[in-house]
Design a protein around this ligand. Sequence first.
Ligand code: MN3
Length: 196
Amino acid sequence: MFELPKLNYPKNALAPVMSEETLDFHHAKHHQTYITNLNNLIKDSPLAKSSLEEIIKDSAKDSSKIAIFNNAGQHWNHILFWNCMKPKGGGAMPATLEKKIVEDFGSVDKFKEDFIQAGVSQFGSGWAWLAIKNGKLVVTKTANASNPLVDNMKPIFGCDVWEHSYYIDYRNRRADYLKAFINELANWEFVASQLN
Ligand code: MN3
């Protein structure tokens, strides 16, 4: 049985960049629903004993398991998403992360530009990602519940661009939400910790 992880910060601690109302709906309602659905879908099946990553990789290859894939993917994606934010986030990156980003993107600004563009250009619901692919950092995007694990990458930073993540606070302004996420919420210490 999968369970809703606790947030590492109080629900009002990201305001005004991300409001308590948004976090409350997003964590307690949306994320919880994915977990409830996933638990119901895998109960009494061989997948009930698998890890979340195993469930995602197994169901990604099997179109009859699309409901399992969607709910497992969204559970994994949201766990990462909550960890990628902190109160008064953004700002300077740990040296290890900054060095790697400059190496692979040319500059921190170029990485941020690419990341925001990935989120803005994701048509409909989905995610923008920073992931490790063959030892190199790449920016990518996925639709709906998918994530780069499916393509043998390791996602280390992700932004939810489903409307439920920003519509209360930003209405239709997805670009403003992405800019605020990366410049005022990002927990770069956590992201740096995922490099290894
Ligand atoms: Mn979401």
